[in-house]
Design a protein around this ligand. Sequence first.
Ligand code: GTP
Ligand code: MG
Length: 297
Amino acid sequence: MSRTAFVTIAGRTNAGKSSLLNAVVGEKIASVSNKPQTTRTRITGIKNIDDVQLVFFDTPGLHKPINKLSEHMLDTVKQSVSDIDAVVFVMDCTKKINEQEIKLLKSMNESKMPVILVINKIDLLKSMDELAPIISYITSQIECQAVVPVSVTEGNGVDIVIDEIIKLSEESVHFFPDDMITDQSEKVLVGEIIREKLLMLLKDEVPHGIAVVVEEMKERDNKDILDISAVIYCEKESHKGIIIGKGGAMLKKASTMVRIELEDFFQIKVNLKCWVKVKEDWRNRENLIRSFGLSEK
Ligand SMILES: Nc1nc2c(ncn2[C@@H]2O[C@H](COP(=O)(O)OP(=O)(O)OP(=O)(O)O)[C@@H](O)[C@H]2O)c(=O)[nH]1
Ligand SMILES: [Mg+2]
């Protein structure tokens, strides 16, 4: 009989949740950046190991809500931690665990939801001796099924996390075809790669106020080029100027990075056209949040 486990990856923003999702699935399906609040929606990743299907839900990171978009993101976390087999809670070992993290973990304990605690970024510790006090503090507060020190970027400990999840899998049919790795559409994946590069290249508030909508994606008749057109929405006219850059330099740099990644992913030449448009204060406007696909309601 086949087995299945559904797990939600949760934790503070920037802890490495999407990096972990990509590592367990073995493909880059979620955007990663060194800026907080990179992930905005629930992203499903699927990994099949022998007859076990592991279904992961990557979620937005815990943070103090700053606008309506934030509220939607935190709602997504709340909705994603029930009706699953376990929570993989990712924390950054270089940051002291905060009240918001403890609160979510305690609610998991109250609902008897198994918690696999991933203590990530151990490559940043000066010595492994620093781990013991971190683990003993957390386990004095929270009951965990397993505590796994991990460095996602160095690939350490990820296999142990997978083994712990397999232990929690239950006999069941597989819910997704065995060759499926994500439920995101190709247009959404491409939009997220564009946003990831802009997060990487831009600073301050500018990248946080960006939403990307891929309007068209079509292979030419002779199947040698994939034409993609996308609109980059930002919140202010001044941000539009920064995104385009002097003589279009910034947009060109971002587009080139995106094109290289897409050509590698789709194994076809890509012709990418991006337009930049302003939608004032869109992160507080429900209809726009919804039309950008950032609300589950
Ligand atoms: N040094 C180190 N950096 C890591 C590790 N794992 C992830 N990172 C980095 O941490 C940053 C945040 O990673 P993400 O995977 O985007 O974090 P996230 O938890 O998904 O963040 P949000 O989507 O904003 O909640 C990126 O710069 C990653 O490269 C790790 O094991 N070690
Ligand atoms: Mg993320």
